[in-house]
Write a protein that binds this ligand. Structure first.
Ligand SMILES: [Zn+2]
Length: 164
């Protein structure tokens, strides 16, 4: 005789696997530009300066309140500084006191989300979906209606002003 709990657990496993597959599909939509995810460290060093390499490739963090775009508010698009893929628009940026440029949303499909257990805590790292460059982390404490705070290093970004 089958234990109904076994059936319930099987159902939950099935439900979870369907749900997580959907999540993976949503977060791995790639923008097919010039895919640079296979670049070697030497190739990256040719196009990035030392600080950009430390953050984008070695997943470093710029010192808070020092970044070029922390208090930067102009109309335009924030591209990935590694591969120039558009990541955020200026209307997704909000004023934050956290010390890094903060956005409440991203360009659809431009970001990949990665579990990060470094520094003895769980966070979700955000990387460029095109070149895998490290951008920062995402938190659920955003003040706008999305509730999200994409906390991004300025050196991972390259602003492109909207021409009128
Ligand atoms: Zn990129």
């Amino acid at each position: 005789m089958k234990n109904p709990w076994v059936l319930a657990i099987l159902f939950l496993c099935y439900y979870n696997s369907v749900f997580s597959q959907e999540k993976i599909v949503n977060t791995t939509q790639k923008i097919k530009q010039n895919d640079m995810s296979n670049k070697t460290p030497e190739e990256w060093k040719k196009i990035l300066n030392d600080e950009e390499y430390r953050v984008l490739i070695e997943k470093g963090t710029e010192y808070p309140h020092t970044g070029e775009y922390n208090t930067h508010f102009e109309n335009g698009v924030y591209n990935c500084n590694g591969c120039k893929t558009p990541l955020f628009t200026s209307d997704q940026k909000f004023k934050s006191d956290c010390g890094w440029p903060s956005f409440d949303e991203a360009v659809k499909g431009a970001i990949k989300y990665v579990d990060d257990y470094s520094l003895s805590r769980y966070r979700v790292e955000i990387i460029c979906a095109n070149c895998n460059g490290h951008l920062g982390h995402i938190f659920d404490d955003g003040p706008t209606e999305t509730g999200k705070r994409y906390c991004v290093n300025s050196v991972s970004l390259d602003f492109n002003k909207k021409s009128k």
